[in-house]
Design a binder for this molecule. Structure first.
Ligand code: UGA
Length: 439
């Protein structure tokens, strides 16, 4: 089948390459010529494990091409996946749908034959129906445009695996024909036994946002429990492990620490609360505000712990920050808790030296006032406090005895609760965590 993927960010680029991988002819469209050009050469514009190889293979096979031209898109395909971002509106909690509407206004009048437009971004419930009305208005006479919503659940860092072996596929459709088209697109995944849930468009939109809202709630829940653990001298890691064995609860998203970041969870729960309020259901979702506020409080708590370790002030203190990406496995620093904390420590007077194995370039662009070092050891030279903020495997493997000879003082905040405390304590470090009393 011939299809386009419009918007080639982390989501769209991976989706496009995966569609080509399962046999479709795909045209990726991006307004940014540099991005489209890079992708067309089979070069990934961001770090995502496994994506480079998949992209190169798909481009070489001729099944995946890229363009900046919406006229090319309209002429090429019968199915158009819209994967542009829906960020938070400046000065508001609601989602900014400008990108989606701009794509439709550009694409729809150019269509020359019937097609299916499939949205994949997280959108406020009700958006698909509004888009369908718009499509009927903007499509040329005689051209029938159907609209469906097929939310994406991929995680950055696991994007290829999550796309090719998803836990489930969810489609919100307005006709049996749209259902049939989407089933045939995903047939290779259905053949693997992937559950396929076909529903109305409002439910499909809600599945996406409620999944993210639930994950965010789980994280803030376990973080709140970690506060109680600290007060009573308990151990949050053991608590999470024990809870996780309960199949009704599960171990996922119960890792306590600095909290969630990235481009999705916080933005989505804010937009969801805003939409629920518009719909008169604000009271039902108001607890999500608490989930969000509590999550942000974790960042302040982490700064306070580090300041305490630094002797009550950051003035004339060297602080090493390990990790800048919003989580390991990605170079994405959007709403990164690590970078946010690093910036706060810097604002309070510390000399902050940051290391990240993948995200330095993006971090430097976002936060140029910090120093970036090519190795964890260099970042830690003469540090008064080390802050472990993104749990890359290489930090777990650090040798605390060796690192102890580099720093000025052996003091570390483990903002992700994954460093083996006994090794660090044995090497003479003072270790502070969020949720375990280890002094
Ligand atoms: C999230 C969802 O997991 C995806 O299903 C969804 O498709 C995506 O948002 C989206 O809407 O586009 P992602 O933002 O890539 O994916 O990241 P996650 O792996 O979910 O992690 C989110 C944040 O939660 C990270 O900052 C991570 O460090 C944090 N986290 C995760 C915790 O603090 N504790 C945990 O136990 C798990």
């Amino acid at each position: 089948m011939r299809m386009t993927v419009i918007g080639t960010g982390y989501l769209g680029a991976v989706h496009a390459a995966c569609l080509a991988h399962i046999g479709h002819n795909v045209l990726g469209i991006d307004a940014d010529p540099a991005r489209a050009g890079t992708l067309a050469h089979g070069i990934a514009p961001f770090y995502e494990p496994g994506f480079d190889e998949l992209l190169t293979r798909a481009v070489r096979s001729g099944k995946l091409r890229f363009s900046t031209s919406m006229a090319d898109a309209a002429a090429f395909a019968d199915v158009h996946f819209v994967c542009v971002g829906t960020p938070q509106l400046p000065g508001s909690e609601a989602a900014d749908l400008t990108g989606i509407h701009a794509v439709l206004e550009d694409l729809l009048p150019r269509l020359t034959r019937d097609c299916l437009v499939v949205g994949k971004s997280t959108v406020p419930v009700g958006t698909t129906r509004a888009i369908a009305r718009k499509a009927a208005r903007l499509a040329p006479p005689g051209v029938l445009v159907e609209v469906a919503w097929n939310p994406e659940f991929l995680r950055e860092g696991m994007a290829v695996q999550d796309t090719l072996s998803p836990d489930r596929l969810v489609v919100g459709v307005m006709s049996d024909r749209s259902d049939a088209v989407l089933r045939s697109i995903y047939q290779p995944l259905l053949d693997q036994g992937t559950p396929f849930i076909s529903t109305d468009v409002n439910t499909a939109e809600l599945v996406k946002v409620s999944a993210n809202a639930f994950l965010a709630t789980k994280i803030s829940f376990i973080n709140a429990m970690s506060d109680v653990c600290e007060v009573v001298g308990g151990d949050i890691s053991t608590l999470s492990e024990a809870l996780g064995y309960d199949r009704r609860i599960g171990r996922g998203y119960l890792s306590a620490g600095l909290g969630f970041g990235g481009s999705c969870l916080a933005k989505d729960i804010r937009a969801f609360v805003a939409r629920a309020e518009e719909l008169g259901a604000g009271a039902s979702m108001s607890f999500l505000r608490e989930v969000d506020l509590y999550n942000l409080r974790r960042r302040r708590q982490t700064v306070e712990i580090a300041r305490d370790l630094a002797g009550g002030t950051f003035t004339r203190r060297n602080v090493a920050v390990l990790g800048a990406a919003f989580k390991p496995g990605t170079d994405d620093v959007r709403d990164s808790p690590a970078l946010d904390v690093a910036a706060a420590v810097h604002r309070q007077g510390a000399c902050v030296r940051v290391h990240d194995p993948r995200a330095t370039e993006n971090a430097r662009a976002a936060m140029p006032s910090l120093d970036y070092l090519p190795s964890a050891e260099q970042a830690c030279e003469r540090a008064d406090v080390v802050m472990h903020l993104t749990e890359w495997q290489q930090y777990r493997d650090l040798d605390p005895a060796a690192l102890g000879t580099i720093v000025r003082r052996r003091r570390i905040v483990d903002g992700r609760n994954v460093l083996p405390p006994s090794r660090w304590l044995a090497a003479g470090w003072t270790v502070r965590t969020l949720g375990r009393a280890l002094r």
